[in-house]
Design a protein around this ligand. Structure first.
Ligand code: SME
Length: 157
């Protein structure tokens, strides 16, 4: 597989379309979840230039920081806490257009303004969440949700 990330010109959908193909190729022959999370975080992050892109893994009764791109982040998040813990508890993607309006939002960085968190499933269990933060308000919508849910479905074999 190509070692260089190729970023499509054009719309968000066109960028995601090419990104999904590349993540599929990179993860197809790799069964190690940390390797897959690492490359996936890097490829999403560098395609869109987000502020922070990474994973928190379910470890016992909390989320523990996994592979990410971007600045230093909180190491552990309790079940039901913040946007990440809420996505885990509600078992559903959370789109937050303005983090200051989200009760209990955990501010790892004061520069983060909007956020999306997507659960990562293995069979019928959530094993991690993908968290993406933006420095702009209202960066994420249902288009991101649809594509990111397809991307995280590639991670566990
Ligand atoms: N804002 C997240 C915490 C993780 S950091 O933003 C990387 C939350 O509220 O769950």
């Amino acid at each position: 597989m190509a070692e260089n990330l190729i970023i499509a010109d054009g719309s968000k959908e066109e960028k995601y379309e090419l990104l999904l193909k590349q993540i599929t190729a990179v993860t197809a022959t790799e069964s190690d979840i940390i390797a897959n999370m690492s490359n996936t975080a890097a490829m999403i992050h560098h395609t869109f230039g987000f502020w922070w892109t990474g994973f928190y893994r379910v470890v016992g009764n909390e989320l523990v920081l996994g592979p990410f791109q971007g600045p230093l982040a909180c190491s552990r998040i309790a079940y039901g806490r913040g946007v990440c813990g809420t996505a885990w508890k509600e078992q559903a993607t959370q789109i937050v257009p303005d983090v200051e309006q989200f009760p209990g939002h955990i501010a790892c960085s004061s520069l983060s303004r909007s956020e999306i968190v997507v659960p990562v499933w293995s069979d019928k269990e959530i094993v991690a969440v993908l968290d993406i933060d933006s420095e702009q308000l209202a960066t994420f919508d249902e288009i991101d949700q649809v594509w990111l849910e397809q991307i995280v479905a590639l991670l566990y074999k």
